[in-house]
Design a protein around this ligand. Structure first.
Ligand code: GLN
Length: 270
């Protein structure tokens, strides 16, 4: 079958999704497909399988197997969260908050997206990434390798797996920790609830539990000019600001105008 005909006859999904699935199914370049090439029956069948998976609610990036994040691309599968646009904004905020970080730590690294993008941006920094999930650690290591960037990925709870000599010397701590409250779980979009790892999303009964623990331990790890930037729930700005009050925590909004980040530092003004 001709690829442009196939695209025209598939109307069950938004056009940009159909295109991406055809690229994923055939491995061919998009421009070739839109001009119209003859497709093997196997490719057509594979495409139809992917369309069905998408219609069943599987996130597009899991089907494609990759996600773009700032300057890099990472592999993603149901072991890790799919990086969100808000988190790209967290990356930008972190880059703007600091000049020449020597030591960077990413907590709850998941796919490794933040840690690897930061190593890309600050190639001379030593970058550590931690995650409680052994599966996430595997994915993050694989992503660092694929991007040919040197990130030390450690398994464990928040700061716990970091080497002792890093204490008091970290210039930048970033985290997109779990921050959703248990009671919000049922209200999550179905593709998120059914496919993405729950442990990466739900923090506890309130939602600020992991952020509170980060705020509590951060002073021990930060260097004199160190900065912490975390993603937070839009509903918990006041609570999170209070947790980070000792470090002058300020809340920042995302592009949609929602309170989405906390930025904190030992320095008086940011
Ligand atoms: N660091 C990853 C992200 O920002 C994963 C976050 C998480 O698992 N809570 O997308």
């Amino acid at each position: 079958m001709n690829s442009s005909e196939l695209l025209r006859s598939t109307s069950s999904l938004p056009e940009h999704e159909t295109r991406r699935l055809l690229v994923a199914a055939t491995g061919r370049h998009w421009t070739e497909l839109i001009l119209g090439v003859e497709l093997e029956a196997d490719d057509v069948e594979q495409f139809e399988t992917l369309v069905r998976r998408r219609l069943d609610g599987e996130p597009l990036q899991y089907i494609e197997g990759t996600a773009a994040f700032g300057p890099i691309e990472v592999i993603v599968d149901p072991r890790v969260l799919i990086p969100r646009p808000e988190t790209e904004q967290l990356f930008e905020l972190a880059c703007d908050a600091i000049d020449d970080p020597k030591v960077i730590v990413d907590l709850c690294t998941g796919s490794g997206n933040l840690a690897i993008a930061l190593k890309h941006r600050f190639p001379t920094a030593i970058v550590y990434a931690t995650d409680l999930s052994p599966d996430a650690v595997d994915v993050a290591r694989e992503n660092a390798r694929r991007n040919r960037l040197d990130v030390t990925v450690l398994e464990g709870d928040l700061f716990e797996p970091l080497p002792d000599h890093v204490a008091g010397r970290v210039d930048l701590i970033v985290s997109n920790p779990p921050y959703i409250a248990e009671h919000e779980r049922e209200g999550l979009p179905e593709d998120v609830r059914e496919h993405e790892p729950v442990a990466a999303l739900i923090a506890g009964p309130v939602g600020d539990e992991v952020l509170a623990r980060i705020a509590e331990s951060a002073p021990e790890w930060l260097g004199p000019d160190g900065v912490v930037v975390c993603e937070i729930s839009e509903f918990l700005g006041a609570e999170v600001a209070a947790h980070f009050a000792g470090l002058g925590g300020e809340i920042r909004r995302d592009l949609a105008g929602k309170e989405r980040f906390v930025i904190a530092s030992r320095r008086i003004r940011l």
